[in-house]
Design a protein around this ligand. Structure first.
Ligand SMILES: Cc1cc2nc3c(=O)[nH]c(=O)nc-3n(C[C@H](O)[C@H](O)[C@H](O)COP(=O)(O)O)c2cc1C
Length: 387
């Protein structure tokens, strides 16, 4: 099947699986430890039922929403995904271009292999930047200045990475060996790459660029190399105290990414965030962490309208997006849904993923009898009694 004929995100996932070596596919697709949170994030959207208003004609539903003061075409933001140049050589550039064409924001990961300048030249999307404290405070302050100068206007500070998660698939597939420099250490894992010659040719031509992060410039060394990421995450954990100096260094709105309890939501409000993303990192960090749809009501209650609340995790259908908005989220972020599209077909693959979700959202609004995303509310859904 060609990606242009994919009718749902699972089709794009199957195409990505056929195009990528196992190590790269599993890096996108996998989660931490037993992958309980990865599975539950997705499954739990199915526990929420719709209450439609029948015999209502809404032929052209309006999908626009305003977030952080900017009107966007759909209540969707592309989430930060690190190292997407491994999925496809056009990586972050392709995703940001597709977001711009669709009229939705794009969030650039700290671990991007394209520079701020390249992104801002290529894309007309509202640009957000995701922050890890890689390299320490002085490096981060320079990075933030670079992001702002190049038109990035919102900052998502990821707070769910107290340390690296244990993604067992990555270890089984030899990710540490591929990241290392020893050719001999890679040998036992080479077969998974050799069976994907098209991917391999593209990757080898691009390898020099794909495995380093030009927005994180380490003094005296240059761009942070991919192989140093785990160590840099361990060395520079974000704490609430850091939010204070980050706020001094960033003139725009700050979002806390990785809020999963009401208590942390209150803590984030104390630090003056403009919004927060209910997220467990797509089930890639703490396994058996509560699924995000389950956490959303508690966070919304704690925030009580004092900041914008977004949610990500397990969103694969427009119906999931509509459910999140009915529950009170301003918008959702999607990660793997567009990551699979990028792997399947570069920019056009990301565009296909967004188009699938847009068509789903419009159809769901029509079937719900609701003329606009802005009119969705809790009366359109029924949450499980036990929540
Ligand atoms: C391949 C991959 C890489 C990711 N890299 C980052 C990252 O660099 N920074 C970050 O804050 N979150 C990262 N995330 C988490 C996403 O931003 C997002 O929270 C998650 O993908 C949402 O779940 P979903 O994939 O089920 O939509 C990554 C997720 C994936 C799948």
């Amino acid at each position: 099947m060609h990606f242009s004929r994919a009718i749902n995100i699972d089709d794009l996932r199957s195409l990505a699986k056929r195009r990528l070596p196992r190590a790269v596919f599993d890096y996108i697709d996998g989660g931490a430890e037993r992958e309980v949170t990865l599975r539950e994030n997705r499954r739990i959207w199915e526990d929420i039922c719709f209450h439609p208003r029948n015999a209502v004609a809404t032929p052209k539903p309006d999908t626009r929403v305003t977030i952080l003061g900017t009107e966007i075409a759909l209540p969707i933001v592309l989430a930060p995904l690190g190292s997407t140049r491994m999925f496809h050589p056009s990586g972050e550039l392709a995703a940001a271009k597709a977001a711009g064409d669709a009229g939705i924001p794009y969030t650039l990961s700290t671990f991007s292999s394209y520079s701020f300048e390249e992104l801002s030249k290529a894309s007309n999307a509202p640009l957000w930047y995701q922050l890890y404290l890689a390299g320490g405070r002085a490096v981060v302050e320079a990075t933030l200045a670079g992001a702002w100068k190049n038109g990035f206007r919102a900052l998502a500070v990821t707070i769910d990475t107290n340390g690296p998660g244990m993604r067992e698939r990555d270890f089984r597939n030899g990710a540490p060996q591929f990241m290392g420099k020893s050719f001999f250490a890679m040998m036992p894992f080479a077969s998974q790459v050799i069976v994907r010659p098209r991917w391999l040719a593209g990757f080898l031509a691009d390898r020099k660029h794909a495995m380093r992060y030009p927005n994180v410039l380490i003094p005296g060394k240059g761009p942070l190399p991919a192989m140093d990421v785990q160590a840099s995450l361990r060395d520079s954990v974000v704490t609430w105290a850091d939010l204070r100096w980050i706020r001094e260094a960033w003139p725009g709105p700050i979002l806390a990414k990785g809020v999963i309890t009401g208590d942390d939501a209150l803590r984030a409000l104390d630090e003056g965030v403009a919004g927060m993303i209910v997220s467990n990192h797509g089930g890639r960090q703490l396994d058996c962490c509560r699924p995000t749809a389950r956490a959303l009501p508690e966070v919304l209650q704690a925030v009580n309208g004092r900041a914008e609340v977004y949610v990500d995790g397990g969103i694969r259908r427009g119906a999931d997006v509509v459910k999140a908005i009915c529950m009170g989220a301003k918008a959702v972020l999607i990660g793997r849904a567009y990551g699979y599209g990028l792997a399947a077909g570069g920019k056009e693959g990301v565009a296909r993923a967004i188009a699938i979700l847009k068509a789903d959202i419009e159809r769901t609004l029509v079937l719900l009898g609701c003329p606009s995303i802005r009119e969705l509310n809790g009366t359109y859904v029924e949450l499980p009694k036990s929540w």
